[in-house]
Design a protein around this ligand. Structure first.
Ligand code: MG
Length: 348
């Protein structure tokens, strides 16, 4: 599954050519020498029109996402890593064990082959880290000036075990809300490159797979009601969506939400609210109160979620209206709601 370190790229051109998009010999070279070399696995090696895979459960989780992040490479990650972890994490949020991915590439004519190889290699490493395989894919090339280097789409399939039932419909009044770590690093890491902002410290994206903590929560049989990864729109938007979908009110204690100093500083400079900034390796866990302490222990025992904290709970109030409130240091409550526009575009 991984590209050998000595991998050379004998593709005849230094950049992606439009002729690569038209099928034929050049496209075959690109597929064989770049994609197949990196993603090698028996299903992909069958070179069939569809991937045929064995199924290991009665229920499948399926998801798809497109990635348009600008820039393609940022501190702590790149579009390839994002495209694997993002889709794998969405499968995890259904309590699924991720198994297979598809990958669709839209390449802009003139993209350096070296950049493509770097992205593809990063995807292969990310797949190995998550224990998933890219079993089928597609490549299209668009005219120079009509793309942004690379757009990526990944779809994913995972297995959901019999007794597992995780989703917004299961959220109950009294449930405890856990957060898996500090917020806002992905958004600020991307923005710092885009705006040339010097943060005085090398702040890296939190881009990471949530497979280990989710697998552990499921394996331990904890009564996890809902999981949600904090991507675009950050913690505030994720909670606002869950509260609306589940028809409950949620209250969090803002002082308990960990925010890196560099994220706080950059947010002030850019006029952003860290609770609304995108993450790519963070989630909230909504869990029955009886299992909250154990769930927190499970999260803290895995590196990706070692900074997990209890941030709030689902309100027991009658007549809940899907509201989320954050309690400030002085006891004041401020509402967290879905924002009408993107705070940061092209972030994932
Ligand atoms: Mg998600």
């Amino acid at each position: 599954m991984t590209l050998s370190p000595s991998c050379s790229v004998p593709v005849r051109h230094d950049t992606v050519q439009l002729a690569h998009g038209g099928g034929g010999r050049l496209m075959r070279e690109l597929i064989e020498q770049v994609f197949a070399a990196a993603f090698d696995n028996p299903v992909l090696a069958s070179r069939h029109d569809s991937a045929v895979v064995p199924v290991e459960a009665a229920r499948l989780a399926m998801t798809t996402d497109s990635y348009v992040v600008d820039p393609l490479f940022f501190p702590g990650g790149d579009i390839g890593k994002l495209a694997v972890f993002g889709t794998v994490n969405d499968l995890c949020m259904a309590g699924a064990e991720p198994a297979y991915l598809t990958a669709g590439f839209v390449l802009e004519e003139g993209l350096p082959i070296d950049s493509l190889v770097r992205i593809v290699r990063s995807m292969a490493e990310a797949c190995a880290e998550c224990g998933v395989a890219i079993v089928t894919g597609d490549t299209k090339v668009v005219d120079h000036g009509r793309g942004h280097g690379v757009y990526l789409n990944t779809a994913g399939v995972g297995w959901v075990r019999d007794r597992v039932d995780v989703g917004p419909a299961r959220i109950q009044p009294g449930d405890v809300v856990l957060l898996s770590g500090d917020v806002g690093r992905h958004g600020i890491a991307v923005m710092s490159v885009r705006s040339g902002l010097a943060l005085g410290t090398e702040l890296e994206s939190d881009c990471a797979p949530l497979v280990p903590p989710v697998r552990a929560l499921i394996d331990d049989g904890l009564d996890v009601h809902c999981l949600r990864d904090l991507t675009r729109g950050g913690l505030a938007s994720a909670l606002a969506e869950l509260a609306l979908d589940a028809g409950v009110d949620v209250e969090i204690d803002e002082a308990r939400v960990p925010v890196h100093d560099a994220v706080r500083g950059a947010s002030e400079l850019l006029g952003l609210d860290p609770l609304y900034i995108a993450n790519e390796g963070r989630m909230v866990v909504v869990v029955a109160p009886k299992d909250a302490a154990r769930a927190l222990g499970v999260l803290r025992a895995r590196p990706v979620s070692s900074g997990a904290v209890r941030i709030g709970s689902v309100s027991k109030k009658q007549g809940a209206q899907g509201r989320v409130s954050a309690r400030g240091a002085l006891g004041n409550l401020r509402p967290l709601s879905l924002q009408s526009g993107e705070q940061l575009p092209r972030i994932c």
